[in-house]
Design a protein around this ligand. Structure first.
Ligand code: SF4
Length: 416
């Protein structure tokens, strides 16, 4: 919800703003707002279009923003009065002015926002009790890498922007002890990260963020991260296969010894939430058991295993689409649970079921207990109790709910 808060913070003073998050509260279709702004990802595009159509039928003006409308503006405009392409913050004042003058344009192309002087978001606009935390912020935005499956880098025009460290520190002072950075890769610019972590040490925060595995190549940076209160990092390992990493252009990962890297982070008291993607052209059905062996040996604390998903706007989408290998363009299936493309070295069913098998194996009760025992030897007790355990149980619960839903719907992956 941080992006919506930043959009709200960029509104001119004559605009009254309200934020509704459909994940935590229902949409009120009788709301008296003049303009309905909807931001969405690919998987919830069908729902966003349905909401927009209902509001427009009541005479409301609808403006879209976010990743999916940015990459599919011609599709999105069929359900909206205007589409904001790129970050909305810089265009919001123009859009409001055009609306007031009855001259709203269909498309607004937004330049990247300068992060210096970024307004501090008003978190009171959120139903704070509905979230695990609203102590979220950003120190950096975007990424200059070009991983084929990633829409973040393209959305941010392949640029990394950083906020002045002093401004981040000031914002941190107003937040609680536990904070979550919503950065795409907090240590991508190592010099910046060094400066930020040093400045954070006196604040005595505990924090989590997304980060690239290359942080493990810099022992001083790991030490500073730990001293500044880093308790856990979400790291996109993506694959154990060098060929897969190369084909996705995830080049920074290629040179890193994953086991060594994990050992170093654990040694500093930093837990790891690992992201793995299955469905590369270079992996067959053996990949699931091989990956499980690695996860257990390394004692990765939390796993996010996803099926390769070619999001519109990414080089991966363009490649697979041109090869005629995307067989499902129902955007609601672009949720990492469904397989939407034809893999090369395994069937669709093997990819779907293999990923599910890996998740079930990883989140078995006996393995969670074993994981907690081992992690208690190197993580802070608070991290084990407040992060590792709830995340493991939460994932287990979510997987069980999804499996039972599949059974109820007699869901079968489309054979391939
Ligand atoms: S996956 Fe990570 S490293 Fe690769 S482009 Fe996206 S944000 Fe950057």
């Amino acid at each position: 919800m941080l992006a919506s808060l930043y959009v709200a913070a960029s509104m001119p003073s004559y605009v009254e703003t309200k934020i509704v998050d459909e994940d935590v509260e229902p949409v009120d279709f009788n709301d008296d707002a003049d303009i309905i702004g909807i931001s969405f990802m690919t998987y919830n595009a069908p729902r966003a279009y349905e909401i927009a159509d209902r509001f427009r039928a009541k005479g409301k003006t609808v403006i879209f923003g976010g990743y999916h409308p940015t990459f599919m503006p011609d599709e999105a405009i069929q359900h909206a009065d205007a589409v904001c392409i790129g970050e909305a913050e810089s265009n919001v004042p123009h859009m409001m002015k055009d609306y007031m003058n009855g001259r709203l344009k269909r498309f607004y192309r937004s330049p990247l926002v300068d992060l210096t002087g970024l307004p501090v978001p008003d978190r009171n606009l959120l139903r704070q009790r509905a979230y695990i935390t609203t102590n979220t912020l950003q120190a950096t935005r975007g990424c200059f890498n070009r991983c084929g499956f990633c829409s973040v880098a393209r959305f941010n025009q392949y640029k990394l922007r950083t906020r002045p460290v002093g401004e981040v520190v000031e914002e941190l002072k107003g937040l609680g002890r536990e904070v979550l950075f919503m950065d795409d890769n907090i240590a991508l610019d190592k010099e910046y990260a060094r400066e930020l972590f040093k400045a954070m040490i006196p604040l005595k925060k505990r924090w989590h963020s997304q980060c690239g595995i290359s942080i493990a190549e810099d022992e001083e940076l790991i030490r500073l991260a730990a001293q500044s209160g880093c308790r856990g990092l979400f790291i996109g390992f993506e694959s154990l296969s060098r060929q897969s990493l190369e084909s996705w252009r995830k080049l920074g990962n290629k040179r890193v010894d994953y086991l060594e890297a994990v050992k170093k982070l654990h040694g500093a008291g930093i837990g790891i939430f690992a992201g793995f993607i299955f469905g590369s052209d270079h992996e067959g059905p053996d990949v699931f058991a091989d990956t499980l062996d690695f996860l257990l040996e390394a004692n990765i604390e939390v796993l996010q295993a996803t099926r390769l998903t070619p999001f519109p706007g990414t080089p991966l989408f363009e490649q697979l689409d041109s090869e005629g290998r995307i067989f499902d363009k129902d955007w609601s299936h672009y949720d990492f649970f469904h397989v939407v493309h034809q893999p090369l070295n395994m069937s669709v069913r093997e990819l779907h079921n293999g990923t599910a098998w890996l998740q079930q194996q990883f989140y078995r009760y006996d393995r969670i207990i074993q994981r907690v025992r081992r992690a208690s030897g190197y993580l802070h007790t608070g991290t084990v109790l407040r992060a590792l355990l709830p995340l493991n149980l939460g994932y287990r619960h979510k997987l069980a709910a999804y499996t039972s839903l599949q059974k109820k719907l007699s869901f079968q992956p489309k054979a391939g």
